[in-house]
Design a protein around this ligand. Sequence first.
Ligand code: CAA
Ligand code: FAD
Length: 379
Amino acid sequence: MDFNLSEEHVAVQEAARDFAVNHLFPGVIERDDEQKFDKVLLRQMGELGFLGMMVSPEYGGGGMDTLSYVIAMEEISKVDASAGVIMSVNNSLVCWGLQMFGSPEQKAKYLTKLATGEMIGAFCLSEPEAGSDATSQHTTAVDMDDYYLLNGTKNWITSGATSDICLVMAQTDPEKGHKGINVLIVEKGLEGFVVGKKENKMGIRASDTTSLLFTDVKVPKENRIGEDGFGFKFAMSTLNGGRIGIAAQALGIAAGAFELSLQYSKQRKTFGKPISEHQAIQFKLSEMATRLEAARLLVYKAARLKDEGKDYIQASAMAKLYASETAMWLTTEAVQIHGGYGYVKEYHVERLMRDAKITQIYEGTSEIQKLIIARELLK
Ligand code: CAA
Ligand code: FAD
């Protein structure tokens, strides 16, 4: 498999790096403190095409491949992992899901705006009682002939407060189990749709995470994506690609922490020489660089397989598992290399360490990735 980047890929990397360094870096500590993502930045991300990278140009997107997307995700997440998750959900769960499975009318109405950031999307699968065990949906969408009557609670929704539309998975026919689940496009502002509590999180604090409450919300029939009962397949299919995005976010967090550690180790002196000249620190740097490269190769491989139209379920689970475990391990080592300075906000690595943790949890925990990999191996 060819992992060389084309001129187009390098151009995407440079554009993303430029945006991250010049626009996301200033204020990243304050946004984390205040738990706020700047709407101006979000609009700029949309204008630069970072929110609909893989959407076809027909619908206002960049028409790029998955490799371009993961390269951009890495650069953005190196600096601001909160921006990374907003970008990942909008691109790989919401836009990709609509592009692949939406009707022409749904694409014309929603995808064009989502691709440019005029609208932000949320993906709503998890519930208070259904996280890893995603088939046990308690939210109901009762078929009322002209519309679906939606009732229930979604939990942990990324961009729950800032999004304009939500893709909501809900049970229509409990007797059919996961084959009775539907996915509905639910617009903000519908009567009975309330944004719940905003979570006060350990990491990715500038990205809002909220619960969403639905009480007798009438959702038009034309807002169902795909055939009746397609909702769970929709969720699983989009998550296969979403996990490549989160793997790229984890890769970015790890790469950011590595670059900071390398620089710092050359500047900080102890016992009359830079700490980079102590073998204990050199060994840490060597292991960091090796694991980072292995994570990058797994992420690129999953992206390439998806672009080539090959099966990428196992590859995306492996990429997410390895990249997120690497991000957690590597950021912890980065704090260690920085000593006491690593424990305070100004040096950025403490934030990256807090941000890394979530990549082992969302879009399927590390345990769930192992379960998926094992099922693929044993098929
Ligand atoms: N791709 C396509 N289809 C899949 C699939 C996959 N990766 N995994 C399962 N399916 C299909 C199965 O083929 C099956 O369909 P059929 O009956 O037609 O064959 C159906 O889905 C049910 O599958 P299982 O019987 O395997 O279901 P299960 O109950 O054993 O669990 C699971 C499957 C993989 C554990 C699944 O529940 C899962 O992925 N859990 C994790 C949930 C998750 O990742 N949530 C993320 C929420 S979004 C998010 O987190 C966003 C964010 O943070 C930013
Ligand atoms: P549980 O499923 O209760 O798991 C608890 C523990 O048990 C975990 O360690 C898990 O790995 C383990 N476990 C569970 N089942 C098994 C098993 N079969 N074998 C081995 N171990 C197992 N969801 C959305 O739908 N949309 C979003 O936008 C979204 N954004 C999120 C943002 C944040 C910041 C957070 C924290 C979560 C977000 N989530 C979102 C939810 C996320 O996907 C779930 O938290 C995750 O899937 C785990 O579910 P849970 O929290 O219910 O944990």
